[in-house]
Structure formats: structure tokens, C-alpha cells
Design a protein around this ligand. Structure first.
Ligand code: CO
Length: 288
């Protein structure tokens, strides 16, 4: 009996000392990993630099790294000699470089597929031997109801000043078959409480541009501002929104005699909206 107690104490001390080794023997090294879908458009690269600067200004003593979730974009950039890491590779490198505490900040817009993939990747890393002491995830732009309010307030501020009340404003969301696609309609509800001529349509989900077009025709609206509701004005903004091809939003609306003013600026280019991502990062970083 006595021997058993001694054994139990020895076992307990061994466990405690192991925990201690994990927590204390390696010096604390905090880092931030920014994760975006990515873009190969040069102007979008400038936006990423802008985000990078803002994050580094906010966290001057913390190393900031990047990963792109889109493998197509990464391959495209690699051919131009620009090496961008996947999330998995970026995390493996950070593990190797002895980071102990990291925050991954999603630069996505909604909690879609890409965001949920991030959650899974983080969980896989958490269970890896020799992994980080702490790994936290900062949510995308539209995460909860507070974000809905903040994002809609920010959008109302960035609408071009020369736009008249009768002109429509259509935000171009990406859209997804993922259940989180409902965020776009929810945002439209919030916006329309303040201004009934602001719409949200998506490229790959609902509402579609045809849904919005029908409403504009019914309301006899003849002019519309088109604004990307994506972090950067990349391929979708340039081609699907403002392009001269038959299927672009500008052309689809044009055929119904609705003239369009495309604004080629991503949401992360506006201080008001970038601030929301940064605040998410700040909130999570406090818990690191
Ligand atoms: Co896309």
C-alpha cells in the first residue's frame, strides 16, 4: 500500500515535470499568421501589403507571416517566382522555427469552407507532438451579429459620395454552396434597414445578380454602383463584376438599361473595414 502511494507520487511528479518542460524550457515566441484566399492580380498584392503594414504597426514586436489557402493562386504565383506557403506549410515552418504561441488570423469574409478548413488544420496541429503551446484563430470579417452591425455601418461610410438616393449600390460577395452563404442575405437585411437601395449579390451563391436585377427593374432604377465585397479587388471584381464580357454584372445590368459605375477597390483597402479584421486579431491576441 505504502509502496503504491510512493509510486503514485513519483508518477505524478513525472507528469508535472513533463508539463513543465513543455511550458517553460522553450523560450516563449509569439507569432501571427495571416491567411487569405490569395490573388495573382498585382493590385491585390498591394492590398495585401497594406494589410501587412497595418498588422505590423499594430503588433510591432511580433513576427507576421502569410499563407494563401488557394493552391491555384499559389501555383500561378510560383510560376512568376513568388513563393507563397499553404497554411500547413506555414505552420510546419513556424513549428520548426520554435514559435510557441501563435494566432492565425483569417482574412476571409464569411465563415465559409476555407474558414472551416482552417479550424480542422489547427486541430490537427494541436494534436501533433512538439506542437505550439497555444494556437488560436481570429475570425473572418463577418463572424457574429456585432460584426453584421459594424460591417454594415462601415459600408454605409464607404459608399461613393456622389451616389444619389435613387442609385442602387450592389456589393459583390463571393458566395458559396456552404451553409454560411446566408451571411450575405443577412448583411443585406442590415444594410437595407438604413438604406433600401443597397443590395448584396454573389458570384457563386445566392442572391444572384439576376435576383437583384429583377428588383432594380421593378423599382425603375437606372443607375447602380458596383462594389466588391471581397478583401481584395481581384479576378472576380475585374472580370465578373466590371469586365466587358457578356456575363459580367456591368453587362448584365447594362442590357436592362441600368448603367453601372464599378468601384475597383477591395474591402480591406478601406480603413473602416480593415479595422474590423484587426480588432478580431487584437481580441484573440489578448488570449494568447
Ligand atoms: Co472565386
Amino acid at each position: 500500500m505504502k509502496n503504491n502511494i510512493i509510486l503514485a507520487i513519483i508518477l505524478l511528479l513525472t507528469i508535472i515535470s513533463n508539463v513543465d518542460a513543455k511550458e517553460h524550457n522553450i523560450p516563449t515566441k509569439k507569432g501571427i499568421l495571416l491567411v487569405a484566399f490569395g490573388s495573382s492580380i498585382p493590385k491585390a498584392q498591394e492590398t495585401f501589403l497594406q494589410i501587412d503594414k497595418k498588422v505590423k504597426d499594430t503588433f510591432p514586436s511580433i513576427e507576421v507571416r502569410w499563407a494563401y489557402t488557394s493552391s491555384i493562386i499559389r501555383e500561378k504565383l510560383a510560376k512568376e517566382g513568388k513563393k507563397l506557403d499553404s497554411v500547413e506549410l506555414a505552420l510546419a515552418k513556424m513549428m520548426d522555427d520554435k514559435f510557441t504561441h501563435i494566432v492565425i488570423q483569417s482574412l476571409h469574409t464569411i465563415c465559409g469552407e476555407e474558414f472551416h478548413d482552417l479550424v480542422q488544420t489547427i486541430n490537427a496541429f494541436k494534436s501533433m507532438p512538439g506542437s505550439f503551446n497555444k494556437i488560436l484563430l481570429g475570425p473572418p470579417l463577418l463572424y457574429n451579429d456585432e460584426d453584421m452591425t459594424n460591417v454594415s455601418e462601415a459600408i454605409l461610410k464607404i459608399i461613393p459620395k456622389d451616389r444619389k438616393k435613387d442609385d442602387a449600390v450592389i456589393l459583390m460577395g463571393h458566395g458559396t454552396p456552404h451553409p454560411s452563404n446566408t451571411a450575405y442575405a443577412a448583411l443585406m437585411y442590415h444594410l437595407q434597414k438604413e438604406d433600401s437601395n443597397i443590395y448584396v449579390a454573389t458570384v457563386e451563391g445566392t442572391p444572384t445578380i439576376y435576383d437583384v436585377k429583377d428588383i432594380l427593374i421593378e423599382k425603375k432604377i437606372t443607375k447602380s454602383y458596383l462594389m466588391p465585397f471581397m478583401a481584395v479587388a481581384g479576378d472576380h471584381a475585374l472580370n465578373d463584376m466590371a469586365g466587358d464580357n457578356n456575363e459580367s454584372w456591368k453587362m448584365i445590368l447594362g442590357k436592362s438599361n441600368i448603367s453601372c459605375v464599378p468601384i475597383l477597390k477591395g474591402t480591406a483597402e478601406y480603413e473602416e473595414l480593415l479595422k474590423i479584421w484587426i480588432n478580431h486579431l487584437k481580441d484573440v491576441f489578448k488570449k494568447l
